[in-house]
Design a protein around this ligand. Sequence first.
Ligand code: GLC
Length: 559
Amino acid sequence: MSARPSQPWWHHAVIYQVYPRSFASTSGAVGTLEGVRQKLNYLQQLGVDAIWLSPFYPSPQRDAGYDVSDYCQVDPTFGTLAHFDALVESAHARDIRIVIDLVPNHTSDQHRAFQAALAAGPGSAQRDWYWFVDSEQPPNNWKSIFGGSAWTQVCQREDAAGSPWEDDQQWYLNLFDSSQPDLNWDNPQVREYFDQVLRFWLDRGVDGFRIDVAHGLVKDRSLPNWEGEVSMVDGGEDDADTTRAPMFDQEGVHEIYRRWNAILASYPGERMLVAEAWVDPQTRLARYVRNDEMHQAFNFAFLCCPWQAQELEQTITDSLHAFRQVGRPATWVLSNHDVVRHASRLGLEETGKGPNGIRAREPQPDAALGLARARAATALMLSLPGSAYLYQGEELGLPEHTTLEDKWRQDPAFFRTKGAEAGRDGCRIPLPWAHDAAGCGFSPTGETWLPQPPGWAELAADLQSADTGSTLNFYRRALALRRDWELGQGEWSFQPCEGGVLRGINRCEGGEVLVITTVSAPSVVPSDWVVKLCSDPTLHLRAGDEIPVNTTVWCQRGN
Ligand code: GLC
């Protein structure tokens, strides 16, 4: 092993996103925390440094757990607090850290604070936890990210008939589903409540938090109309931009993260906060990770970058630059539970952020092209300095489920857009563990909460584990080399980008590592370099050999 890293772990960590519903179950159709614990050997063998767990809290599951009704408990579907503690202990015993998801922008409408607000009525202190407004019409033109208005009138709720709020004319804000009311972060009680939530989990040993919708907590109090495009991405041009969306990236959010930073710093160990903030440009995003705020921010510009050499080079350069300015590591991510899996996204005619889900009647991705590019993109990502995020199943090369029947869909975006958007269910299919078991070994009963697509069994982890030419073994090799060479702590420089081929050097513990990605044209392994990793695990390239298009190689000097 190489020298001890001098930077905190999160500067260079590879963090694996577990989506508990779909990772592994010890009971039935839905995954469990004990299921995660039982797969820790697999994750250790894969070589990840940490796990980020998507929400496992009590929730009506209207938005797959991102509608939290109790922030300090485990939903019985996933297990108990004892299961959570056992998971943390077993992970730590393997040197795997645990990052959990915190959802502070909104609660579930079943959270006791919202129920109390409904019951207490207009003008009450309880209503001041949320954005309740007196108005004859929706108070402004804001749209929900999931489609439809961002305002719900209390008397129009499903539970209004026969309730004390039957005639209540107030509106409340929901930037997501109407079951996810936005919290009012101007209320000091809300701040104090979340301080306690952070401490609750820090006391239980978590190593960090992924902050959901981190750019959304504070709203412009005057609630002005907003004519801009309604999406998670706030794309203002510069710091003084007056066209900035009034619900995103407001100056006031930073005070909250300073407060949280101080709480984390009062605990031993290197605890961290990672921002889910869809903020453009990168310099604006970097403000979330100034040294007394959060520690990392997801790099969605990289995820959304088209498969185009110059654009990739530009995005990587901008990212490294923006984060270097604030002394924080860049991060890299290609897939998560909200986007089309990159093995499919990169196989579409038009690469980039991709559509919100794909259906059978829509243009289908080219699976082989998508997988080749996905592995090449992953090898490029893992060669870069900073911290990288993997989404469960990408190490198996899993594609999006693009032929899921609508009757299975659960994403509120599908319902709120009245089916115009397929939504995110296709990237959330339960994982295939065993090729010859019912439900591909996802659960002991063979049940899966979403059906697995045809061909899932051939991608099962057990088959791939035994096959040296598999995507899984490519990921294992890449992560092992990345760790040995300390690529995450290296210095990156690009060589001039020519003819659709990216070339960069990472100067690190492993010496000079040459990385070549053939984005849109082939290239050749230069003489005096030895290929140590190839994103096509069936190729064995030597100096002078052609590197086919859509491939990444890592080379060290030698003959
Ligand atoms: C984040 C989550 C997404 C969720 C939304 C609302 O974007 O990643 O899954 O639907 O926030 O909480």
